[in-house]
Design a protein around this ligand. Structure first.
Ligand SMILES: [Fe+2]
Ligand SMILES: [Fe+2]
Length: 282
């Protein structure tokens, strides 16, 4: 019997909160009257975040042409919605790293970043209007794995090792062990963080985009394509063949045939290649 979201939260207990600075950045960037100065004030209270934003502003990932040395410059050039992505990326990274241990931790984080870059690139090529949302969806799709790693370090660490060493299907093992999988846990977290419903939906249905609600099915499909592609590139833990169904659904939802998909992927591979050093550093 499927578990209800209430039971899931009850089983998991408290979920990791979104750091306060991130909450404030989200609030300010959603306010149409907010200025770059308002955003600067909030971010500059967090030294680590400030230097991360500067570093990222200067990386190929965000395509900057000239050196960015101040936060104001970074905000002006990247824009509010990209800054929002960077701040969520930084919060997600902390959580990804608090979760599982050792090799798995690194692989899951790299998988998140590559999926984010690929999602954004798919969104751009397919003329999906909210590319930054696609980036965040890619970044957070497996965040439930980190929550499980934080909550059940021993059992979940063993589960991931089995997936990695024996090619088991992660979500099936999770369902057996806990009665819910990382997509459900991720949805619970993203909803607790008060992120958009579209993101909650994309995280929940990244293995079955066909089940996403009409309004958010395209975003779920983009994330599913990106997830599959990252695994094909051997970035992450898991066999892409286990997600061929999700990939097929996504192609139908987005009306992309096999040939169009492979030519899209060529361009996206170049984007990933360009951002490799950034991925290693982030
Ligand atoms: Fe997943
Ligand atoms: Fe994934």
């Amino acid at each position: 019997m499927p578990i209800t979201p209430q039971e899931l939260i009850a089983n998991l207990g408290d979920l990791p909160p979104l750091p306060q600075v991130a909450t404030q950045v989200l609030r300010v960037s959603a306010d149409p009257d907010a200025t770059a100065e308002d955003l600067r004030k909030v971010i500059s209270m967090d030294q680590a975040l400030t230097s991360q934003i500067l570093k990222i502003s200067n990386s190929a990932m965000f395509g900057m042409m000239r050196e960015v040395t101040t936060l104001t410059q970074a905000i002006m050039t990247l824009g509010f919605s990209t800054i929002k992505s960077v701040v969520i990326a930084s919060s997600a990274k902390n959580l990804y790293h608090r979760g599982t241990v050792g090799l798995q931790e690194r692989l899951i984080w790299e998988h998140a970043l590559v999926s984010a870059i690929a999602s954004r690139a798919f969104a751009k090529s397919l003329k999906f209007p909210r590319v930054e949302e696609a980036f965040i969806g890619g970044l957070l799709h497996d965040i439930g794995k980190s929550v499980l790693g934080v909550k059940f370090p021993e059992r979940y660490g063993a589960l991931l090792r089995t997936v990695y060493n024996e090619g088991a299907i992660c979500q099936n093992m999770e369902l057996e062990m806990f009665g819910f999988d990382h997509a459900m846990v991720g949805e619970a977290l993203v909803s607790q963080w008060n992120l958009a419903l579209s993101l909650q939906t994309a995280v929940r249905w990244h293995h079955d985009p066909i089940h996403a609600s009409d309004d958010h099915r395209e975003l779920a499909a983009i994330v599913a394509l990106a997830n599959h592609m990252a695994l094909e590139q051997k970035v992450g833990i898991g066999d892409p063949a286990h997600l061929d169904g999700a990939n097929q659904q996504a192609m139908e939802i987005l009306r992309v045939g096999p040939e169009a998909l492979s030519s899209l992927k060529e361009g996206i591979l170049a984007a990933i290649e360009q951002d490799k050093s950034m991925i290693a550093e982030f």
